[in-house]
Every structure is written in C-alpha cells, then in structure tokens.
Design a protein around this ligand. Structure first.
Ligand SMILES: [Fe+2]
Length: 480
C-alpha cells in the first residue's frame, strides 16, 4: 500500500474512532445527568472555578522535553471528580481538554481529546461516587477514606486518559497500545505521583474550606509554573542564539579563509609562511600556559597576519632584489590593511589588533607606526618572533634560507633590541627536541593549520582574544 494511501486510511479511521468516542462521551453525559445527578448551584460554581484554573494551567503548560509537557491542568479535574460530582467533573474535563488541544492540533484531535478527558472524568467520578457511597465518608471533612479514594480515582482517571490517548495514537499513527504504554509509563508514573501527592494535600484543604483555598493555592503554583515557563523559553532562546552565533562565526572564519586562499593564489609563499608562523605561535602560547582564547587568537592571527598583502602589487611581493623606498611604502601598509579587513568581521576584532602590531618593534624601528615596547600588545610581540624566525628559515627570491641554528643566532642578536627576548627564549624552548621539518617550518601546510584553528574556535565557541591594553594604544595613536 502506498504511503499516502495508508495515511488517508488512518485519517478516516481516526475520524470514525473520534466520532465513536464523542458518542460515548455524549452517552455518558446523558447517563450522568439522568442517573444520580446532584448538581447544586455550589457544585456549578466550584466547577466553573476549577475549569478556569484548569484552562490557566493548560495555558501555562511547559514543554520540558520532547513529548513531555508539564501542566497542572489535571489537578482541577481530579478535584472536580472528587468534590463536584459526575456532571460538573465531565464539563471541567471537557473544557480543559478542548482548550489544550484546540490550539495545537487538528479539529479531529481536539474532538478526540475533549471526548477522552470527558469519558475519563466520567469513569473516575463514577468510581469515586461508588467508593463514597460504600465507604460512607463525608466530603466536607478530611478522612483517610476520602484521600485513599482520591488517590484511587486519580489513578483511574490518568489510566483511562492514557489508554484512550494510546488508542487514538494507535489508530492515527499505527502504533501498538503496548509500545505506547511502554514508552509513556515513566512520564505517566511521574505525573501520577505528582497529581496524587499534590492533589491529596489540596483535597485535604478543599474538604473543610471549599474551593477558595484551591484558588489561593493555585496562585503560587501558577507563579512557579510561569517562572519555569520563562526559564524554558530563555533556554530555547539561548540555544537559538548560540546556533546563530555559531553560524556567524563559521561564516566569518570561512570569509577569512577565502581571503587567505586568494592571497595564496597571488603569492604562494605567504600561505605556507602563515601556516608555519601559526604553528609556532600556537606552540609558544601553549608552552606559556596562556588561556585557550589567547592560544586560538594567536594561532589565527598567525594564519592571517599577512592578509594585508592582498593589496600589495605582485611585482613588489615577488621582487628578487632590494626594494625601493616607494615599494617599501606598500610593504609597510600591509599590517594596517590586514587589520582593517579583519576589523570589519566582528569575530575577528581581537585578531585584527594582533595583526596590526605584528611588525612593530621594541625599539620603535618597526612599522606602520613605529611604536615602542610597552605600546605593543604581548601577543603581537610573540607573533613578531615567530614571523621573523620563519621568514629567516624560508627561501626567498632575494636570499636563501638560513638553517635553524643560524636563524636562531640572528634572532638572539635581536632579542631585547627589536624583539622581546622573553619570547625568543620561549620559541627556543619550543624548538628544542623537535625534528628538522618542524624547526625549519617545512612541515606545515596552510589548510591543515587553518582547519585546526577553525575546529578549535568552533569547539570553544569563540570569543576571540581579549588583548588588554590594545584599546588604550589605539586611542593614543589613532590609525592613520
Ligand atoms: Fe607581515
């Protein structure tokens, strides 16, 4: 049988069953009205109040998990079953059932649920009436029999409701009653325990004092349910927000990657150099025990530090002889340009600050602004050491690569003059015991490093770096 054919058959069957259940509810109602109906004005007043409380409780229903709702709506129904008699109890149940189902389901489901609750209330109220007559306990005084009968009828009401709901689900979705009960047993027992536990406390007060007590008790109950509803909503809101910020971050990361790939197609050296620098940066930050956010930020800054070279003419980037002063102007612009591009991406603000200062030197001999020591962010100083070392050990059009040993000799000569000696020693520590490929930076691969940085950022949900002091520096020295 085709799927849609099966669905339409089930829909027709469900309509028939909903019709039958409604007929049963109507017959039960007629029976309740004609047999032993003692509907006084006080019962009607109580029933109206309980129906209103039931509807409010239904409105405040909270989805706590898939298929699990938390609602106090069955409590007024149980009280109506116990204290107002069969007819009012059926009315209260029908009103609550119709209210709950009408908003979120099809008309047939709403009809089915309404009839379900009315029939369940009829069964429970009939049982309660029989117990009341045979045990002869008064309804206006608390007695063990009153409470025991209440618990029994609560269980009868809930069981009837669940069984009828299971039959409805079986007819509509083809699920067996046995499997429905197996899955629903746990929430059923939890709900029953709460209903009978809270219900009997309320019933013990209802019996001597009347429905006013119930109204007073429902105020804090609704208040707490409302608070819980707000909490659940807040939780949903937060998870949605997190999802959006993840997407935003992913988009930002992808955008920066696209820019570096673009740079790579223009200048192949820059991509592999960036990967090497990023690798050293990360290992230096880790060996210093910096916080994860700083490690990630420095790693990413390593990958993106020469992004500004996208704006540098090819002839300058690939020139195999000394640069003219005019060409140097282009080169000096790249940290600022890269920082500017990154600063437009919200998630890269911290990275932008590191990139902007990566060619500044302790003695003020760097660029673009020539600021000195304490004005340079610490992470930029670390990046400068890694950048300088990797550039020295790389083959360039205008000179051959130095060995790791030679490069380190030169680096130490710069320590304390233009580079921070502390970080030169950190790099020395990192390089110790490493293989040759790591030492000369040839073991790196941009995309691999990039992917690693991307995964770290995603796992950590990325507020990137918080580099204290950078803002102050920028205020002192506005970008030109
Ligand atoms: Fe650079």
């Amino acid at each position: 049988m085709r799927r849609d054919e099966l669905t339409s058959r089930r829909t027709v069957r469900f309509r028939i069953v909903a019709g039958l259940l409604s007929a049963a509810a109507a017959a039960a109602f007629v029976y309740a009205v004609t047999v032993r109906a003692t509907v006084s004005q006080a019962y009607i007043r109580d029933a109206v109040i309980l129906a209103i409380l039931g509807v409010i409780a239904e409105e405040m229903a909270v989805w706590v998990a898939e298929k699990v709702t938390m609602t106090a709506a069955n409590l007024p129904i149980l009280l109506a079953v116990m204290f107002t008699g069969r007819v009012p109890a059926m009315c209260v149940a029908a009103v609550v059932g119709a209210w709950g189902a009408w908003r979120e389901s099809t008309r047939t489901v709403a009809v089915y649920n309404t009839a379900n609750l009315a029939v369940s209330a009829f069964i429970a109220a009939t049982a309660f009436g029989a117990l009341e007559r045979s045990l002869a306990f008064p309804l206006t005084r608390v007695s063990p029999w009153l409470l025991i009968s209440g618990v029994v009828c609560g269980a009868i009401y809930e069981s009837a409701d669940m069984t009828l709901a299971g039959i409805g689900v079986g007819v509509k979705y083809g699920r067996s009653l046995g499997s429905f009960w197996r899955d629903e047993m746990r929430p059923f027992l939890q709900s029953l325990a709460v209903l009978t536990g809270v219900g009997m406390v309320v019933a013990a007060l209802y019996a001597p004092a009347g429905v006013v007590v119930v109204v007073l008790l429902f105020v804090p109950l609704f208040a707490s349910q409302y608070m819980f509803k707000l909490l659940v909503r807040e939780r949903e809101h937060l998870s949605k927000q997190r999802e959006l910020s993840d997407q935003y971050l992913e988009m930002n990361i992808g955008l920066a990657a696209a820019m570096v790939v673009l740079l790579d197609s223009k200048d192949e050296y820059t991509a592999s150099h960036s990967a090497g620098v990023a690798m050293y940066c990360r290992d230096m930050a880790e060996s210093l025990g910096l916080p994860d956010t700083d490690i990630d930020a420095l790693h990413l800054a390593g990958l993106l530090h020469d992004l500004g070279k996208v704006g540098t003419p090819d002839a300058v980037l690939q020139k195999d002889s000394a640069l003219t002063e005019e060409e140097w102007v282009y080169i000096r612009q790249h940290p600022e340009k890269g920082a500017e591009v990154l600063s437009h991406l919200a998630a890269y603000q911290g990275i932008a600050d590191i990139v902007r200062f990566h060619h500044e030197r302790l003695d003020g001999s760097g660029y673009p602004d020539g600021v000195t020591g304490d004005k340079i962010p610490e992470l930029s100083k670390m990046l400068a050491v890694a950048d300088t070392y990797h550039a020295m050990t790389s083959d360039r059009p205008y000179r051959a690569a130095r060995s790791s040993f030679e490069a380190f000799g030169e680096l130490r000569a710069l320590a304390g003059v233009s580079l921070d000696g502390k970080y030169v020693e950190v790099l020395a520590q990192v390089l110790r015991d490493k293989d040759l490929a790591y030492r000369d930076g040839s073991s790196t691969d941009f995309m691999r490093e990039y992917e690693r940085g991307r995964i770290n950022l995603r796992l950590r949900g990325a507020p990137l770096a918080d580099i204290s002091g950078v803002r102050a520096v920028q205020e002192d020295q506005p970008a030109s």
